[in-house]
Design a protein. Structure first.
Length: 109
């Protein structure tokens, strides 16, 4: 990304292409660029992004319920969806340590 800065060195604009006043290139994942882009999002957009995480968990729970009740089989899901669900299950398991705590996330395969 190419950035434009004000006289204090703060980012004030971003461009994918070099151009007039956009001659400094920085990494796409540079912390100051991420912060700038986050600051440009509307309140509604930020709120929607925050609900995305909880919505993903709701969908996981719905899939789990449908599998438990025999409405669908886990293998009926596309392979990409299966892989994502299994990865998230594994990550939650690691986060919980030695499985001493159970939050009811048992995905029956």
């Amino acid at each position: 990304m190419y950035v434009k800065r004000n006289h204090n060195g703060e980012l004030i604009a971003v461009s994918k292409q070099p151009g007039q006043d956009f001659n400094e290139q920085i990494a796409d994942d540079a912390p100051e660029l991420v912060h700038f882009i986050q600051g440009e999002k509307s309140v509604e957009q930020l709120a929607l992004e925050q609900t995305d995480q909880t919505m993903a968990r709701v969908l996981e729970d719905v899939v789990n319920l449908l599998v438990e009740q025999g409405v669908i089989r886990f293998t009926d899901l596309p392979e990409a969806a299966q892989n994502k669900l299994l990865t998230r299950r594994e990550l939650r398991g690691k986060r919980q340590g030695v499985y001493l705590l159970d939050d009811g996330d048992q995905l029956h395969l």
